[in-house]
Each structure stands twice: as C-alpha cells, then as structure tokens.
Design a protein around this ligand. Structure first.
Ligand code: KIV
Ligand code: ZN
Length: 510
C-alpha cells in the first residue's frame, strides 16, 4: 500500500487536504429537464451530508424565491457540510445569498474572449473591476468567497492570472477553475494546474465538465498537481453531459491512489438511486460504480473467477459502495455460475437435469435473451416436474384460425401408452386446446381447471410464456402445474398436463 507521502515522492504534488464540493443541487439541477422541489433538495442535501462531503452548493439564490427558500431551509438543518450559494458577480446576487443566511458564496464571471464579447459585452478591465467589487462586497458581509473565472480554460493565460491576482487581493478565499465546456485533456490540465499552483497561494478548486468524457480523469490530474478542491455531482449530473462524478472521483482516489477522503462510500449506491429517482435521470447500466452492471457478470470464465475470489474480475467490492453483485445467466454462462445460482435457490438437479437446464439457458441466450433469476427458477422447476412419471404425454398439436370462425385445436395425447386425438373449438387458441384436452381425458379423470395465470417473461413479441395453473379432480384433490415455452398454447398445454399428471398419480395411489 502506498501512502500519500509515497505518492508525493512519485512526482505528484498532492494537497494535504482535498475538499469535496458537491454541486448536484446547483449544476446538477441545471441538467436539461431537471427541477427539484424544496423537499427533494432537502432530502438530497441530508444524504450528501451523511456521506460526508465538505461543501454542498445548494442552488443559485438570485434565480428564484424558491431557491432562496430551499437554501435557507437546508442551512437551517445545521448540517456538518458547509452550505454554498452561487452568485454572478453582482452585488444583488450576493444579497440573495445573504437572504438565504449562507456563510459561503461561489461567485463567478465569464473571463474568456467568447464570454466577454458575446455574452457580457464587457472589456477585460470592466470584468476585473466587477469581479473585485463583488468579492469585496461579499467579504464585507462576512462571507467566505470562492471565485470562479467562468470558461477559464478558454481564457488567455495572462488575463486569467490577472483576474485571479486581483480577486485574491480583494479577499477571495478559494479560486476555482471551471472547464465550462469540458475541453481539457489530462496533459493540458497538468500544465494549467501546475502553473496556477506555482503562482497563487490560496486553495485552488476545479470544476470540470464532461463534454468529452474526461471530467473525472482531468479532475484526478488536477488533484495530482495539487488542486485542493474538486467540484463534483452525484451520477455526474450537470449541464449538457455533466460534471465530474462524485462516486467515480472518490472511489478512484480510494482504490487507485489509496487516498481515503473519509466519506462513507457505502452510501453511494443508494444516493445514486435517490438522485436518479428524484431527477428522473436514470443511469446507464454501464455507469462506473453505481450502474446496474458495475458488479454484474455473465461470462463463464469471469463468474468462475469471481466465485473463487471476487477481485479476479472486480477492482473493488460492491459492498464498498453499497451495491451488490449479480450473476447474469445467458449465452456466456458457465456451469459454475449455474451451479451457484441453483444452490442459491436450493434447487437440486441431477446431472441429466442440470445439463438440460444449462442447454436451455444457452439456447435462450443464443436467441438473444438474457435469463433472469425468475426464468431460471421456472425452467429448473419445469425440468424437475418433467422428471416425474407422466401418464399423459402430448404427441401433437395443430391450431387453425380464420376470420369470423372460432379457432380449432387438434390435440393428440398418449394416455397410458395409447394415442388419442380430437379437435375442439374455443374463444381463443389456448381455450380450444384446453377444451380438446378436457374431451380426451374426461373418460380417465374429470378435471376442472381452477386457475390459469399467464405471464410474459422478458417482454417483446418473442417473450417466453410462463403459465401457472391449478386443477382439481372430483375427489377434492388439487394440484399445480407450470410450464415455460416460447409458444403460449404449448406452455398452457404443458402446464395443464403437468397438473393433470400429478392428479392422476395421486388418484392411482389413493
Ligand atoms: O461550468 C461553469 O462554468 C459553471 C460556473 C457557474 C462556475 O458552472
Ligand atoms: Zn458548471
């Protein structure tokens, strides 16, 4: 294990303390289509606090009365995390942060030529003056001030340094470098942050967007170069493609750098789900750390490794982030995975039954299906029940249907070794087939179909039909039957025959 001191020797310039500044409730809420109520913001802020983030940016108080109200309510909770409000470089915006009773302001002004010329229509000196004025005003009102040079990464370096120099002289406590449109790469980040650290002696914060998928990598690079604080969001939410993801950054620091920021990482998965639910932004299955597939395995080789030692194919344990491991069955499934799944469900199959189930799962996988645990249990149970003595066996089925005529089912059964066939109509093909079975077996045993349940597994037009039935006989015996088949009529017939065969066996032993 390498500690911070060793890492420092390895050409890194890590700060002694790295602050996590969460902006899920501000930049995250700027995700297109996302709007949180006051109560929802409170719920998320409490969870972020319990996780242990240092700062929570709760909104932009000048943007609405609701934003002031929610910021104030969150402040009134007296959380351990510092509560931050965003403001433009305008004294009226600072007043709104003060109205919310906050102690920490994050104030910004665009500094790049694009922002100066096309958004603010201000000269360089006007921008510097406005930035100084706001920082001084906020400091005069007792606020801790973090100053952001919006679009810093597309700002001329000399001008950027002039702005930072001036706001530091005006009292800024933190300077922040927003990569507003996510154009940094790790190597450029390295040069920029090193230069800034060499020239300024206030804590340096970074706020990196993810337009090219590099926000986390760039933030890590900034930390390697001495950045003191990282702006992050839960699930990487934020404007356009989002910000550096909180869980990715913290877990990479913890597992790849051995840097434990002291956060309760076991809360990541539930926090991610809460934020996903409240914002309506669902995570892709392959999202690192919190995605559904982050700890899911299908391939036989991987599952074999995982079952022996989970680190063979997982960099961290799912428990570390409050997630859980999932073994998925499909075309890549190996025998070990299937055995462990069957054990989990206490299903005991002999070798022949096991390989039948194994092959069925493989062929379902080959036909493009992913087999859920429910599917597996149903397939295994069907296999177990088909191993029993079966006085009645289906030998043939044909259905004919046409416009304005009732469907007709022709069913051939072998009853105690003798083949019999009949045709019957019904309101639908399943009804017709079940009527035909009733006609064929009535001489053997008068059976009543008491319950019939049909469920589609997997959805889609090629879904598996899962049929569960309960039949009864005149002696008051009841029995269940179940079958899964790609054809609804066949699944229904097999489920009913499964139940009828059990009833016949009961009657013959009575
Ligand atoms: O991305 C950005 O530039 C911002 C600023 C408000 C800091 O979010
Ligand atoms: Zn941003």
């Amino acid at each position: 294990m390498r500690d911070i001191e060793t890492l420092k020797k390895e050409n890194m310039n890590l700060a002694d303390k790295i602050y996590i500044f969460d902006t899920t409730l501000r930049d995250g809420e700027q995700t297109p289509g996302v709007a949180l109520t006051v109560d929802e913001k409170i719920q998320i802020a409490q969870k972020l606090n319990n996780l242990g983030v240092d700062k929570i940016e709760v909104g932009f108080p000048a943007s609405s009365k609701g934003e002031i109200e929610s910021a104030k309510k969150i402040k009134d909770l007296n959380l351990d995390s510092t509560i931050v409000g965003l403001s433009r470089s305008l004294n009226v915006d600072v007043d709104c942060v003060l109205d919310a009773d906050l102690d920490y302001i994050h104030t910004f002004i665009g500094t790049s030529p694009l922002h100066r010329d096309y958004k603010l229509n201000m000269s360089k000196s006007q921008i510097i003056n406005r930035a100084i004025e706001t920082v001084e005003y906020a400091k005069d009102h007792g606020l801790t001030v973090e100053f952001s040079a919006e679009d810093a990464t597309r700002t001329e370096r000399n001008f950027l340094f002039d702005v930072f120099g001036e706001v530091i002289s005006a009292g800024a406590d933190f300077i922040d470098i927003p990569d507003t449109v996510g154009i940094l790469t790790p190597i450029v980040t390295h040069e920029l942050i090193t230069d800034i650290k060499n020239n300024f002696h206030v804590p340096v914060s970074v706020h990196f967007h993810n337009d090219f998928g590099l926000a986390t990598a760039n933030t890590l690079t900034a930390i390697e170069c001495g950045a003191n604080q990282a702006h992050v969001t839960v699930n990487g939410l934020g404007e356009r493609t989002g910000n550096c993801s909180l869980e990715e950054l913290v877990m990479t620091l913890k597992s790849a750098y051995d840097i434990d920021l002291g956060l309760d990482t076991t809360r990541f998965y539930s926090l991610s789900n809460l934020v996903g639910r409240l914002t309506g932004v669902k995570m892709p299955v392959n999202k690192p750390i919190v995605g559904d597939n982050a700890f899911a395995h299908e391939s036989g080789i991987h599952v074999h490794g995982i079952l022996n030692n989970s680190y063979t194919y997982e960099p961290i344990s799912p428990e570390m982030v409050g997630h859980s491991r999932r073994i998925v069955l499909g075309k890549h499934t190996g025998a070990n995975a299937l055995k462990s799944k069957l054990k989990e469900y206490h299903i005991d199959l002999n070798d022949e039954q096991f390989y039948k189930v194994f092959n069925e799962i493989k062929s379902l996988g080959d036909s493009g299906k992913c087999v859920t645990d429910d599917d597996l249990v149903a397939i295994a149970i069907t296999e177990l029940s088909s191993a029993r003595e079966t006085p009645i066996v289906i030998k043939g089925l044909s259905i004919s249907m046409g416009a304005n005529v009732s469907p007709t089912a022709t069913v051939k059964l072998e009853i105690d070794g003798v083949e019999e066939e009949t045709a019957s109509t019904g309101v639908g093909p399943v009804d017709a087939a079940l009527n035909a079975i009733g006609d064929l077996i009535n001489d053997t045993l008068n059976i009543e179909l008491e319950e019939y349940n049909l469920e589609a597994i997997n959805g889609g037009t090629d879904a598996l039909a899962d049929v569960f039935v309960i039949c009864s006989d005149p002696n008051g015996n009841k029995s269940t039957g179940r079958s899964i088949n790609q054809d609804i009529v066949m699944a229904s017939i097999l489920a009913v025959l499964d139940s009828i065969n059990k009833l016949l066996l009961i009657n013959r032993t009575e």
